[in-house]
Design a protein around this ligand. Structure first.
Ligand code: DNO
Length: 347
């Protein structure tokens, strides 16, 4: 496995100097953040990232994310232009040495939480999702005062309402068709460039606000991999996104898809699954519902050699910053993953 760490660029409070001091760190996971979704990234920005990362003795081999424009997910006539831009971005990052691209196909909302700083008994704070809080929100009511943390701030309330409304008549099958249309054009380019595409599961892995969500469980991942059945069309195995639902056996999925050579990137995160949702927890198995050892062992035993990163951390030791993406708890997570991997490989 190649250990990696997500970095939000120069604005990130976590520095490359911090990251390169984490034992075993190999790759920085980043993206160009100053270009609107759907547009082409400038070569200067991509090379700028590469230069800074390499100056810290780290590699820039994973992009998370190149976001997919909503028109592509909606199957609008304008999608071809955005798909062409997407292909151009693949070519450009590949030329800079990137080997893996993480993206998602969730309508409108990326990851959804109802609290960004839920206090745990030890005084740390974490991200949490409580279903009753989601049920109180209706994004179609533009006069409603309720919003959820982490909503895309680039939409005004009215824009959000109208884009959500556009999905109201869309079935899951239609979303599958639009995903296939996208993959049939994008995957050949990634093959040509030697880049692995790694779709991220929907987070959480169920429908919210009546929007279709399809990258949710084993049956759907099987269906996804068959849409374009080549190794470059793979997944980001996100343990927290899949593991927040009791119906997903994450270790079993890790074994199966690693053996198929279709896991290119792993997000390791532990969650405590509750009757009414979930809370993110420290990485250690004992702190949550997931068996992190079993998942790492499944990856190891099935020949996984892709990128892996500690996913969201809690805020600990008084740190403040981007929820889920502070330094300390993710660094502890990285060290824990190193320890598991060493023990498994020597065991
Ligand atoms: C959340 C992340 C996601 C992920 C995207 C990939 O912290 O795991 O936002 O980057 O879904 O496109």
């Amino acid at each position: 496995m190649k250990l990696s760490f997500r970095w939000y660029g120069k604005e990130d409070k976590v520095t490359l100097q911090n990251i390169c001091q984490i034992p075993g760190m190999h790759t920085v996971v980043s993206a160009v953040y100053d270009v609107p979704v759907g547009e082409v990234w400038s070569k200067e920005s991509i090379l700028g990232l590469k230069r800074q990362i390499e100056a810290a003795n780290l590699h820039f081999e994973v992009v998370e994310s190149i976001p997919v424009h909503e028109d592509i997910k909606l199957g609008k006539s304008t999608r071809d232009r955005y798909i062409e831009n997407y292909c151009e971005n693949i070519r450009r990052v590949a030329q800079a040495g990137v080997r893996c691209i993480c993206y998602n196909f969730m309508p409108v909302f990326d990851w959804t939480r109802t609290e960004l700083a839920h206090r745990l008994p030890d005084g740390s704070t974490t991200l949490a999702y409580y279903q009753e809080q989601v049920d109180m929100v209706n994004p179609l009511e533009s006069d409603s005062d309720l919003t959820l943390p982490g909503w895309d701030a680039s939409y005004s309330r009215d824009q959000l309402k109208s884009v959500v409304a556009e999905y109201q008549s869309m079935t899951e099958d239609a979303l599958w068709d639009n995903l296939q249309y996208f993959l049939k054009r994008v995957i050949p380019v990634s093959v040509e460039c030697g880049v692995n595409m790694a779709i991220h599961e929907d987070d959480p892995c169920w429908s919210i606000f009546g929007l279709p969500r399809i990258i949710t469980d084993e049956r759907n991942l099987d269906r996804f991999l068959k849409l374009v059945d080549v190794p470059n069309n793979g997944i980001t195995l996100c343990t927290g996104s899949l593991g927040c639902s009791g119906r997903n056996n994450v270790a079993k999925m890790a074994a199966k898809y690693a053996a198929m050579g279709r896991i290119h990137f792993v997000h390791m995160r532990n969650v405590a699954v509750l009757d009414n949702g979930f809370e993110e927890r420290a990485h250690l198995s004992a702190c949550g519902t997931l068996d992190m050892y079993a998942i790492m062992k499944a990856l190891y035993d099935n020949g996984f050699d892709g990128y892996i990163r500690p996913d969201h951390g809690r805020m600990i030791w008084g740190e403040t910053g981007r929820p889920g993406y502070g330094l300390y708890d993710r660094a502890l997570g990285a060290t824990y993953l190193n320890g598991l991997w060493e023990a498994i490989s020597k065991g």
